[in-house]
Design a protein around this ligand. Sequence first.
Ligand SMILES: Nc1ncnc2c1ncn2[C@@H]1O[C@H](COP(=O)(O)OP(=O)(O)O)[C@@H](O)[C@H]1O
Ligand SMILES: [Mg+2]
Length: 320
Amino acid sequence: MNSDTSTGGEAPVIDTHGLRRVFGKTVAVDGLDLTVKRGEVFGLVGPDGAGKTTVLRLLAAIMKPSAGSAIVAGHDTVQDAEAIKERIGYMAQIFSLYRDLSVQENINFFADVYGVTGEARQQRIERLLTFARLTGFRERRAGRLSGGMQKKLGLACTLIHEPDILYLDEPTTGVDPVSRREFWDILTSLHTQGVTIVVTTPYMDEAERCSRVGLMYRGRLIECDTPERIRGRIPGQVLEFLPGDRHRARTILHHVPGVSEVQSFGELLHVFVEDLASGEAAIYKALGEAGISISAMRPIEPRMEEAFISLIRRQEETGK
Ligand SMILES: Nc1ncnc2c1ncn2[C@@H]1O[C@H](COP(=O)(O)OP(=O)(O)O)[C@@H](O)[C@H]1O
Ligand SMILES: [Mg+2]
């Protein structure tokens, strides 16, 4: 069912050129060139304020660009907004369910809004409630569902008109890890049905599950590739250890030759080195001379998180 093999010559589902949006003096989206192919799960990640939500609003044709253009499913977001709205499902960062209405009443409401009637209606509602694992909760008021269940109900409501393009803005933020995984299992099954998904997330483990990831920073896409290739872009190797004095250790290590970068992960340090053996020796020497202890030293596989912090830092250093 995965459409990967058929995307060869096909026009992209999303295609933007120099897409820009400003709010007063704030440049929220700064010249975005992005293409997303049919059936991709495209992850948009980046720190708060990077412009992720604004990109989704522009792609959903509910906000106009200040410059540039976006084509979604063959339609221009400014000229042809209505045609786009029929094709997409957009789950906003704060998705408004009716808290005093039951699960069933909420989904009925969205079916009304989208004009889903006739025989298809009941079948579709049942299928979506089953899909979201909410059949046992149809009488429960939305406001009394757990955070994870509210998100799943939001997703079910978003899917009521069977969109083949889905925009999800931080659908799992603040949701417990088990529900997060379950939500992603649902996304995977939508993906296998051929739905194109653009999802924003602050969680790097979720970014790993995307077919392609774009890193946004200050309105720009500073990196856009498969998770594997982004990880591969980290220069050198990463050593992890527990230092006796993390703050002093960081400061000292910044000046050690062969160390390109130092990141804190809780009490641990992740040190980027050109070469594992000489890097480890240099760390022991520098911290040893300063009387700082080292324990649990080990090389680690770089993850998206390291890659992104590293890429953002490089971006900051070049002054952009
Ligand atoms: N409606 C708005 N009015 C004014 N500024 C806005 C508006 N929406 C977003 N911004 C600004 O644009 C920038 C990008 O915001 P946003 O797209 O929400 O980023 P993200 O979703 O990555 O956190 C931020 O500086 C934000 O304050
Ligand atoms: Mg946002």
